[in-house]
Ligand binder design. Sequence first.
Ligand SMILES: CC(C)(COP(=O)(O)OP(=O)(O)OC[C@H]1O[C@@H](n2cnc3c(N)ncnc32)[C@H](O)[C@@H]1OP(=O)(O)O)[C@@H](O)C(=O)NCCC(=O)NCCS
Length: 192
Amino acid sequence: MTFDLPLPPTPVLETERLVLRPLELRDAPAIQRQFPDLEVVKYLHAGLPWPYPHDGALTNTRESLEKRARDEKFFWVLTLKGGDDAAIGRIDLWPFDGELRDMRGFWLARPYWARGLMMEAAEAVTGYAFEVLQWPFLYLNNAVENQGSHRIKARQGAELIDRLPHAFMSGEYLRETWILRREDWLARKRRS
Ligand SMILES: CC(C)(COP(=O)(O)OP(=O)(O)OC[C@H]1O[C@@H](n2cnc3c(N)ncnc32)[C@H](O)[C@@H]1OP(=O)(O)O)[C@@H](O)C(=O)NCCC(=O)NCCS
């Protein structure tokens, strides 16, 4: 199993409709405008502060950039290609530590849902993990009720390996844990 540390710098990734660029401190105001939406946060982690503080995005962006500076995680913001470079969501990726079966997180501002944008972002980040970093697998999670997140894993070719109760921001639900294997994802890409 190869999860080489430290991580390399976060690259810019392009998809058909998106530019994923490294998170910066200047993204905090756009995140603060879009993220504190119960529909966006309800299936995120239980420790999320709510009501969301007025400086919540700034605090979280600073903490994320500190993790990036320690080479622990990748943080991208999603921006629309040909748009104004403003963040409309975020996708994070981090290596397996040998225990925690969780290696990716994402959210998208509500006006942009159900257009296939996060599927595009997830595919780009997965391609980076498997083709560039050569990671052998990704462990992924979602609340069972979170159909959008569930569908992205299923469509990416992940295998559902667990369903256990878990505390989310809005209460306890079953959490689905998946494994997406490098060889399965590459085989799916070759077929498409
Ligand atoms: C989960 C989330 C990122 C999905 O983003 P998105 O860009 O809307 O997803 P996509 O448009 O790429 O859709 C992916 C699939 O999920 C389906 N889907 C999306 N939203 C859905 C919903 N609310 N209910 C049912 N299916 C949904 C799409 O139809 C698509 O299915 P298909 O591939 O069979 O056509 C977005 O809903 C979000 O930000 N939610 C809040 C944050 C969150 O829950 N993050 C994940 C934590 S695990």
